[in-house]
Design a protein around this ligand. Sequence first.
Ligand code: NAP
Length: 286
Amino acid sequence: MKIAVIGLGNMGQPIARNVLQAGYNLTVYNRTKQKTEELVSEGAQAADTPRQAAKTADIVITMLSDDDSVSAVTFGENGLIEGLAEKGIHISMSTISVEFSEKLAAAHAEKGQFFLAAPVLGRPDAAEKAALRIITAGPAEAKQTAKPLLASLSQQVFDVGEESKTANAAKISINFLLVSMLEALSESFLMMEKYGLEQKQFLEIASALFGSPVYQNYGTIMAEQTFEPAGFKMSLGLKDTNLALAAAKQVSANLPLAELAKSHFESGIEQGFGDLDWAALIKCIK
Ligand code: NAP
């Protein structure tokens, strides 16, 4: 089976490498072509356009920043939708909006192609270890075909049905939980700092109760201030917070905590923290 991966950023690069290591024939495309070089030296082919990448593939994975970039690569000049064959599958792993997911599903269906939403949980280190968690939704036939590929990239796949938007909404909600944790942990760290307790010691106490890698990993990044290089950029954190607010609005739900985090991310980005890890939320609050 032939696979194309479009988007070789922090997440796309290790995902593409795992596709190759699982024994698939791989074609890669990235807007900045230089980022294809390492994978080509490992056995992948590089395409000049998304359309060309899709033409060579049974399944195209996109791992791009946001709605706009997925739109450019799918519907723009030489977009992948023009290259993908009938019954070809577009798997979108990016964190995108519910609304845009519906648009993609409809556009591919109109062409006799399949669209699977497959947003991921886990940072670049999890992608490297093929230990992502994937939430997927879309047509059953496409999910069946893509099953071994998704298994080669992840430790767990959650199937949430046939409507792609359900997977995207679930991913957005999980990120909202992460944002809420970053807010609460930052506020606790800063208060405890004023009582003279080191962040690492407070984290040890908190971790004894909230025994989760999420607290441990992000708490350590905050305590050690290792915000660079970013595993997940603050600018993407703001994007996901806005996605959560938009998803909530569509179903008349309220997310006041997301409003608070949004204002903190915006002030951080104004101060030039956009490319730092989103755990630098603590700097914005401080
Ligand atoms: P990233 O490192 O910033 O990479 C972004 C990718 O998108 C790059 O390949 C970039 O190409 C491409 N791109 C951006 N705008 C484009 C455009 N207009 N046209 C074509 N290509 C464009 O981001 P990432 O961390 O890999 O994240 C990718 C997606 O995964 C995002 O939706 C993110 O929310 C989600 N995600 C990330 C993490 C994480 O921890 N990093 C975890 C789970 C989910 P260039 O190289 O040319 O800039």
